[in-house]
Each structure stands twice: as structure tokens, then as C-alpha cells.
Design a protein around this ligand. Structure first.
Ligand code: G3P
Length: 218
């Protein structure tokens, strides 16, 4: 499973990159606002900066919700850098736009996916990625990981090329479960990636190894 980081914060992107495990970045308008990036030109410049920091795909989300608007905004975003993927909402006009982008060879990430039916439609339209929001599903006491499993099974049976990008990850446990459930990618907040490092027995074991070394060599 590949790792994307779900943030517009350049320091966090750099930290994940320095760890050596970063395969890409996803953003959305809320994450841009959280990073203090406002205004169309600043947002564009920020996408270009992010895209230059990583080799993998960087999702840039359209604001338009009508097909023509999504197409022109998406084509513009895709022209900013070769690794920019157009993030399109799961709405009727979004599906039409994804068909268009797919025909033109422009990569897309269909976002706000909450059901297997939506995942099938996005795959049929030719989306490169779909983003099921597993944390938001869990937030309302449904089963986010169950949805990832269901989509993974459908995509395998139907041999769809669309990749499952597990999004709205809330914890390190979600990352492990997404991997187990057949997600191709997990897009994660930095703290959930760093949480994968932690185990008390690792800390205790390392402390003992170093203490024993000191006894013999100190
Ligand atoms: O990028 C979309 C997604 O990951 C949103 O996550 O935490 O706002 O539900 P969250």
C-alpha cells in the first residue's frame, strides 16, 4: 500500500518525505484554509510548490460544481505540474467531467465517496483514484473499513483499474486496517504515519540493548 499525506502544510509534507515513505499528497479546500492559504493565485502557487516537493501524485481539488466549470478548472490545475491530479467531487457533473478527463488522459481523484455504488460509478467513468472517507463514515457509526473491503472486492471481481485511496484516516489503526482491507493507497495525517512507529516493547528493547552494550564497552 502506498502512503500519501493528507495536508497542505509544507513542513509536514517535508517531514513525511524525509522519513522516506511518502508516495504523494492529497489536499482539499479545508486543508488549504487550515494551512492559511487563501486566494486563487496563492492556492495555485501552493499546489505548484507541493508538486515540486514530491515525485508522486498531488491531488488538487476543483471548486466548480458544474461540468464546464469542473473541466476548465481541472484542465488548468492539471497544467500547473505534471504530477497534479484533478480532485473532483462525487456528483453527477463530476462524473461527466471525470469521463472527459479520462478520455484526455488527465488523472483524477473522485472525492467524497461514501458508498460502493458511488465507487462503481467513478470506476466506470475512468477515475484514476477514488477517495472513500472512512473516518467520516465511522464518525456516524457506520463501517468505514467495511466499505473499503466491499469496494476492494468489487474492483477485483470487475477488474477495474481505479485505485482505492483510503481517505479521512483518523488513526494509525485505520492505516493498518486499510492495508489489510485492500486499499491501494492511504492518505494520512502526519501524526497517524508517525504513530505506526510506536511500540513500548521497541523502546524497552532498545534501552536494554544500549545498556548491555555500555556494560561491555563503556
Ligand atoms: O482529503 C479528504 C479527507 O482525507 C478528509 O479527511 O479528516 O476531514 O474527514 P477528514
Amino acid at each position: 500500500m502506498r502512503f500519501f499525506i493528507d495536508t497542505a502544510d509544507l513542513d509536514q509534507i517535508q517531514e513525511a518525505k524525509d522519513l522516506g515513505v511518502l508516495d504523494g499528497v492529497t489536499t482539499n479546500p479545508s486543508l488549504m484554509a487550515k494551512a492559511g492559504i487563501t486566494g486563487a493565485k496563492n492556492i495555485e502557487d501552493h499546489y505548484v510548490k507541493i508538486a515540486s516537493m514530491v515525485e508522486g501524485d498531488v491531488s488538487a481539488e476543483v471548486i466548480a460544481t458544474d461540468v464546464q466549470g469542473i473541466i476548465s478548472e481541472g484542465e488548468y490545475l492539471a497544467s500547473l505540474a505534471p504530477n497534479i491530479v484533478v480532485k473532483v467531487p462525487m456528483i453527477k457533473d463530476g462524473i461527466k467531467a471525470i469521463c472527459h478527463f479520462s478520455e484526455k488522459g488527465i488523472k483524477t481523484n473522485c472525492t467524497l465517496v461514501f458508498s460502493a455504488g458511488q465507487a462503481i460509478l467513478a470506476a466506470k467513468a475512468g477515475a484514476t483514484y477514488i477517495s472513500p472517507f472512512l473516518g467520516r463514515i465511522d464518525d456516524i457509526s457506520w463501517d468505514g473499513i467495511g466499505l473499503i473491503q466491499q469496494i476492494a472486492e468489487i474492483y477485483a471481481v470487475q477488474m477495474y483499474d481505479t485505485e482505492i485511496l483510503a481517505a479521512s484516516i483518523r488513526s494509525s489503526k485505520h492505516i493498518v486496517q486499510a492495508a489489510q482491507s485492500g486499499a491501494d493507497i492511504a492518505t494520512c495525517p502526519l501524526h497517524t504515519i508517525l504513530g505506526l512507529l510506536k511500540h513500548p516493547l521497541t523502546d524497552i528493547g532498545l534501552e536494554k540493548f544500549l545498556a548491555d552494550y555500555q556494560k561491555g564497552n563503556g
